[in-house]
Design a protein. Structure first.
Length: 91
């Protein structure tokens, strides 16, 4: 059985948001079957960066994408979540 990696662009509410703390909150809100595959950052404007989170989930799970987005949006430091890409990987 393969896995799927979902990439999200996560916009913080402010330029003062600490990305290390935000990453910990993201990891803590993930369901037990999901894991972080990696992170990146993308400059937006005027010192604001977006966090790119790559989340690995089993490909046989359904309804997970909406669940992940709702959990991310419940984190106070996040203003918006934008799905970027879904791709299948081995493992």
């Amino acid at each position: 059985m393969g896995s799927v990696v979902v990439s999200y662009k996560i916009f913080p509410i402010d330029i003062t948001v600490n990305f290390n703390d935000l990453k910990k909150k993201i990891e803590n809100c993930l369901p037990e079957f999901a894991s972080v595959y990696g992170y990146g950052e993308e400059p937006i404007a005027f010192g604001l960066n977006a966090l790119i989170a790559h989340i690995k989930i089993p490909e046989d799970k359904s309804g997970v994408l909406n669940e992940l987005e709702k959990k991310f949006e419940s984190i106070n430091e996040i203003s918006q979540v934008q799905p970027l890409m879904v791709r299948r990987i081995r493992g």
